[in-house]
Design a protein around this ligand. Structure first.
Ligand code: NAP
Length: 310
């Protein structure tokens, strides 16, 4: 007899290797997955399962704890098991780009993948983080990215790449790229340079810069920045320091933390202390998830149902 098990639990590569034994009785079957390390924090199963139920789709979505060196094997198994779709989270987005058979434009320009559609035994990669970010900024701050001067912390990671590219495509006023490993931000700035050729900002500040992650450089840049984005995992652990200390923030700053668990991250506490407006990554999760659902099922996602579970 089939059992109707909830899929909020976590599976591993070992489970995938004997999947029929582990999950053969689960009804509806698990046919979508988020892979990450860590992954326990992910709220994607909640929003996607609500969407699947609302649309009457006989499938469930589960989280899989997959380490960096297990990604390739996990993707091959998911393909052979006829999964419908996969999301990638930290640290897999850039590595997954090398593992897919095809990439759409959103993934190929960024060089990172957060959504995979499995069709005819092929892995087709796309990236919904950039568009999800823009929608989230619009809904949370009632402003368009194109009107903003933006600083991305963690520009060298998968999310940082997607968000930086989207800022360039939207022709934002100004973009400042910051990364712990500075070379990655500098290399990305070179690739984005053509988008910032035209003059737009009044005043002497350059429209595109990659700067070192150190206080003097950040302080100088923050005078000419409206929106600060944390695209690092800093803040996922309650004991993490804020990626930017409160003393560098000012009341005119909008602070967006892609991290959403805990809901009040160290960066958002720093924003409160400085009198700045802060928002966590829940609405980006919602929008990138709705776009992923659309990719897998070729139909509009029931976004109100997904929002309600958050
Ligand atoms: P990733 O590809 O592994 O990139 C991590 C980035 O953070 C890199 O730039 C890395 O710098 C930097 N970094 C890591 N540890 C750091 C530290 N201790 N101090 C300073 N910088 C550090 O990860 P990702 O997939 O982009 O995810 C990043 C975060 O965004 C995760 O917390 C994820 O949950 C969140 N996210 C949320 C949403 C949403 O919908 N809300 C969507 C996407 C991602 P180096 O280059 O120097 O290693």
């Amino acid at each position: 007899m089939k059992e109707n098990k909830p899929t909020t639990e976590r599976y591993t590569l070992a489970d995938l290797e004997k999947w029929r034994e582990v999950a053969g009785n689960i009804d509806p079957p698990i046919r979508l997955a988020v892979l990450g390390d860590p992954v326990a924090h992910s709220l994607s199963p909640q929003i996607q399962n609500a969407a699947l139920r609302a649309c009457g789709i006989e499938a469930q979505y589960a989280r899989f704890h997959i380490r960096a060196n297990e990604l390739r094997s996990a993707l091959c198994l998911l393909r052979d098991l006829n999964f419908v779709g996969v999301n990638l989270t930290v640290p897999h987005k850039i590595a997954a780009f090398a593992q897919i058979d095809q990439a759409d434009e959103s993934a190929s320009r960024v060089g990172a993948v957060n959504t995979i559609l499995l069709r005819d035994k092929k892995l087709i990669g796309s990236n919904t983080d950039g568009e999800g970010f823009v929608r989230s900024i619009r809904s949370e701050f009632s402003v368009d990215v194109r009107d903003l001067r933006v600083m991305i912390l963690g520009a060298g990671g998968g999310t940082g790449h997607a968000v930086s590219w989207q800022c360039a495509l939207e022709n934002c006023e100004r973009l400042v790229l910051v990364n712990r490993t500075h070379e990655k931000a500098a290399a990305l700035a070179e690739r984005l340079r053509a988008y910032f050729a035209g003059p737009r900002v009044l005043g002497p500040a350059a429209r595109l810069e990659a700067v070192e992650w150190e206080e003097v450089a950040l302080r100088a840049q923050l005078a000419d920045v409206d929106l600060i984005v944390n695209a690092t995992p800093l803040g996922m652990n309650p004991s993490d320091p804020s990626p930017i200390p409160a003393r560098l923030l000012a009341p005119h700053h909008m602070v967006f933390d892609a991290v959403y668990g805990p809901s009040k991250t160290s960066l958002l506490r720093a924003a409160d202390e400085a009198g700045a407006r802060g928002v966590n990554g829940l609405s980006m999760l919602l929008h990138q998830g709705a776009l992923a659902f659309q990719t897998w099922f070729d139909r509009e996602a029931p976004i109100d149902v997904m929002r309600a579970v958050l």
